[in-house]
Design a protein around this ligand. Structure first.
Ligand code: F6P
Length: 554
């Protein structure tokens, strides 16, 4: 661990004992009897609890907090050293302390003329050279200059990868569908069971297909199996010599790319200091670049860089990622919410909740502080979601009237991604209505009045009222952007990345490692050996024995 990080480490008991944490606790008790509806009716509420940066507005007025609470939350961020942590992050300090390395994904979206140092080396020259190679390939595929081994034009891209080597490209390609070349088919294969690969291979002609093997380590089991199966399928049609032309890879693992047969000119670098879930800005984003073109990819990076600049320079009270992080901490640690819904009101953002699940839960799903002590407060939130208005017709019943305590982020562009302007306006109206309904609810006296106005008998009114009450008092943020384009998408993704970092600083945890995914992987290898062994193992759990029996039948 370097000195800069060491000087920022806090004693593990620190958070709960901080006077400002205690003051927030008291504040939560004071506000316990206050309904968000009352707060919303205070004149000037929106002006006090919303912030704009460029084409983005964060409206956090529908949270159960007042000005005093916001001041305390900002004080909390200061007390936990957030400004100094931000500087440590950007200056390349080893913020990932368990792996003793920096987290420099911001360098991937920095302008070429900037300088970003890790261990005394300016990374930008290397990053920029790799980016130019990758964008050159993307544009050559789009223009038809790059062709397959038979001379056929490449019309299908198959990205094989999982986790951060899949979710970023899948999400961004879907979000930017309007910017994509309609003549290029983009396919993603991640899951191990083989169904995605079978579906894709049934649709793509080998001579017109480029496979991108995305894997930072190049040893991930799912990716190795899918890539190997794709390679065998390909060789059966066009022969081994054509592999070098039709397979490209993104990885840090040169020897593994050698044995796969990836041609030197078709390898793109990853770096140790980029975490998988922070990697779509690197050559892992190749599929995105092929879909939307080099210039649009640069815009995606520009948007993310713009957020980084804002994050680094805006005062905490005007800083969008900091505010989003603080709302999360207030709701979760002080008001007791247990999950967080992500509700985009634009179908193109359908995979954004899945993307954020990895980003937030793999980063902040930690139970020990940076110095290895069990945390005494809750950390990473359970995050989930679906695009509205579909979600309204599925799980919103529970949100409005169930017992779960949640908070939500609504996300929407004002200019929708489809040409159906009127329909998008209906979606926006629904979003606003849902945010209001979560906050204000529908109290018993209003329900009674409605039933009386409908001419119901007094007995009916009393019988139905409890079923129709909406308690409300559920917190939500609205993130409004002018439109969904490469630049705003970059800004949006980086906004959540930095929100995750701020929460980790406050909770005192390391957001950049992911040891929790290792145990299951190790156990799966051992389990697979037992399931495949010639001799049945009497120690196998009953259900595993059933798998062995039934797979023998198949
Ligand atoms: O299992 C989790 C994980 O390690 C993620 O962090 C990562 O994004 C994913 O697996 C894929 O890893 P790789 O890119 O090395 O194949």
């Amino acid at each position: 661990m370097n000195d800069q990080v060491a000087s920022l480490e806090q004693p593990s008991g620190g958070l709960g004992q901080l006077p400002v944490w205690q003051a927030l606790k008291r504040q939560a008790t004071t506000l316990a009897g206050t309904h968000i509806a009352e707060l919303l009716d205070v004149p000037g509420r929106y002006a006090q609890f919303s912030r704009q940066h460029g084409d983005f507005i964060l409206d956090f007025s529908r949270n159960r907090l007042d000005v005093g609470t916001l001041e305390l939350l900002i004080e909390l961020a200061e007390a936990r050293g957030v400004p100094r942590w931000i500087e440590a992050l950007f200056s390349g300090a080893a913020v990932n302390s368990t792996e003793n390395r920096a987290a420099q994904h911001m360098a991937l979206r920095s302008p070429d003329e900037a300088s970003v140092f890790v261990d005394g080396t300016n990374l930008l020259a290397e990053i920029s050279a790799e980016r130019e190679r990758m964008l050159a390939l993307a544009d050559a595929i789009r223009s038809g200059e790059f062709r397959g081994a038979t001379g056929a034009r490449i019309r299908h891209i198959v990205n094989i990868g999982i986790g951060g080597s899949d979710l970023g490209p899948v999400m961004a390609a879907a979000a930017l569908h309007e910017y994509a070349d309609p003549d290029l088919g983009l396919h993603f294969v991640s899951n191990v069971d083989g169904t995605q690969l079978a579906d894709v291979l049934a649709r793509v002609p080998a001579a017109e297909t480029l496979f991108i093997i995305c894997s930072k380590t190049f040893v991930t089991w799912e990716t190795s199996l899918n890539a190997g199966a794709a390679r065998r399928w390909f060789i059966a049609q066009l022969g081994e010599a054509a592999v070098a032309r039709h397979f490209v890879a993104v990885s840090v693992n040169g020897p593994a790319m050698d044995s796969f047969g990836i041609a030197p000119g078709h390898r793109f670098r990853m770096w140790d200091w980029v975490g998988g879930r922070y990697s779509l800005w690197s050559p892992i984003g190749l599929a995105i670049a092929i879909a939307i073109g080099g210039e649009n990819f640069r815009q995606l990076l520009r948007g993310a860089h713009e957020l980084d600049e804002h994050f680094r320079s805006a005062p905490l009270g005007d800083n969008l990622p900091v505010l989003l992080a603080l709302m999360g901490i207030w709701n979760q640690n002080h008001l007791g919410t247990t999950s967080h819904a992500i509700l985009p009101y634009d179908g193109r953002l359908a995979r954004f909740p899945a993307y954020l699940q990895q980003l937030e839960m793999e980063s902040n799903g930690k139970g020990v502080t940076r110095d290895g002590q069990p945390v005494q407060w809750s950390t990473g939130v359970v995050l989930w979601g679906e695009p509205g208005s579909n979600a309204q017709h599925s799980f919103f019943q529970l949100l409005h009237q169930g017992t779960a305590q949640f908070a939500a982020d609504f996300i929407a562009p004002v200019e929708g991604s489809s040409a159906a302007v009127d329909q998008h306006m209906v979606g926006l109206a629904n979003m606003l209505a849902q945010a209001e309904a979560f906050a204000r609810g529908n109290p018993a006296d209003a329900v009674r009045a409605e039933l009386v106005a409908q001419g119901r008998s007094p007995a009916e009114v009393e019988r139905l009222t409890p079923h129709k009450v909406h308690p409300g008092n559920h917190a939500s943020n609205i993130l409004l952007m002018r439109r969904l384009d490469p630049r705003s998408l970059g800004f949006l993704i980086a906004l959540y990345e930095q929100k995750v970092f701020v929460q980790a600083c406050i909770w005192g945890i390391n957001p950049f490692d992911q040891w929790g995914v290792e145990l299951g992987k190790k156990m799966a290898t051992a389990m697979h050996d037992k399931l495949q062994a010639a001799e049945a193992d009497s120690t196998l759990p009953g259900i595993a024995a059933a798998i062995r029996r039934w797979s023998g039948d198949a």
